[in-house]
Design a binder for this molecule. Sequence first.
Ligand code: NAG
Ligand code: NAG
Ligand code: NAG
Ligand code: NAG
Ligand code: NAG
Length: 435
Amino acid sequence: MRFSSPFTSLLVFVSIATASPALNGRGEGVIRFPLTRTKSADVDGHVDTTALYAQLVRVSNKYRHTFSAFEANTGSAHPLSGKMMSSMTEGGDGDVPLINQGTDLWYGEIDLGTPKQKFNVSIDSGSTDLFLPSVSCVDCTGHKMYNAVQSSTAKDKGIPNVLSYGQGQVGGDEFSDDVFLGGYEVAQYLFLTLKGLIFVAKALDQTFLAASWYSLDFAYPNFEPDGLAGFAFEKISALGAKSVFETISDSGVLPESVFSVKLSSTSGESELCIGTMNTNLYVEDTLTYTAVTEEGYWQVNLEAVSRNGATVASNNSSIIDTGTTFIVTSDVAAEAYYKDIPGSSNSTQGEITYYTIPCDTIGSYTPTFTFGGRGFNVSKETFNLGPASSGSSDCLGGIVGMSSIDFWVIGGVFLQNVYTVFDKGNLQVGFAELA
Ligand SMILES: *[C@@H]1O[C@H](CO)[C@@H](O)[C@H](O)[C@H]1NC(C)=O
Ligand SMILES: *[C@@H]1O[C@H](CO)[C@@H](O)[C@H](O)[C@H]1NC(C)=O
Ligand SMILES: *[C@@H]1O[C@H](CO)[C@@H](O)[C@H](O)[C@H]1NC(C)=O
Ligand SMILES: *[C@@H]1O[C@H](CO)[C@@H](O)[C@H](O)[C@H]1NC(C)=O
Ligand SMILES: CC(=O)N[C@H]1CO[C@H](CO)[C@@H](O)[C@@H]1O
């Protein structure tokens, strides 16, 4: 049962939801689609530290770039930007090896244009803009490319722009077109949800960057998906545009202005759900909300980080970022986390400090993060990134230090342990234990 007119379908859904609110929250009749995880940073059984470093530099520069966008859009500096914007190092520019992205990121399929053109995009709650390669991109071989000429709804805004994600940069023209989420692999969904209806959310006139060039960092296969879709707020958009999620949400068709994710390293288990939560994936009475403290990123108060019952950090700002693999914090806070662990050591490369713990004991030193009054444990499987080098008995810990920041970036190492709800309607983030 496939609805070819997405807009009509959503109207239908809204009336169904109104008629039987029980459907709402059961994950039926909303948009759910599977996410794929990119290859992990693992070569010959140990962590690919080169890939890890490259990703961290990219993270550092993503924040520099989005902090600048926040200031340009709002006229005031982002409250968390102080240390980063005053630091002179440009995040190791120039010495980042060009290698496979090699770190965990999650991506899913979207459709763009009329008729629809299909792309895989990385789902990034730590940025806002959408970019895709256009057919004029000479460096984009291996990626699906957007052909504006073939889309009757495409509009060239005639504004050239460059988006910077560190060493990774993409440049091109701003366009707008219709974006569709969901509505494919209908058979699979009908199977999964039994009687669930499948709907498509349509973001009319979504602004995005149609890239005419990709730096090597985003070339295939260094970057597995074709493009990237930010799911944060307009305030940190370098295009001065709403995210795909905001566009859909503002059109008023969603039962709730939320999106929810389960991120897993197990193939077939990751999912993005738009418009509600998939209650099959988490333990309902553990769902705990905490307020967004500054609209821009999905920024919330991290009440405590503890290890073996002892608190090592408390009441710090944190950003919930599905586009970052690790947990990243200041070098001082990272040091505080590892300092009493027997056999731990560290090494610094540029602004990044990595920590290792002997592989046979690392499972005893996993962190617990407290949000909204509830502690959520990080498993040893997600905290332990693997042996630091081939044959090494020291394993890399999932909390990494970055001298240019003084907050916590909460990425995949934590997010794989919880179900996460990004609630724009009530400006809050919810975490729940996985079912
Ligand atoms: C998106 O990625 C998945 C998983 O790698 C793949 O099966 C699918 O064909 C890709 N879709 C497109 C449009 O390239
Ligand atoms: C964190 O902030 C809360 C609320 O402001 C306060 O009650 C608590 O004592 C603080 N914790 C620490 C360790 O500073
Ligand atoms: C990190 O390295 C510094 C300098 O070698 C050392 O003083 C510190 O104890 C190390 N920290 C940990 C947790 O190993
Ligand atoms: C989290 O870890 C602590 C300490 O190991 C343990 O007591 C607690 O039961 C764990 N919580 C959950 C929900 O697994
Ligand atoms: C990253 C981090 O943990 N930053 C701060 C957390 O809060 C303490 C106490 O207020 C600060 O000293 C840290 O700099």
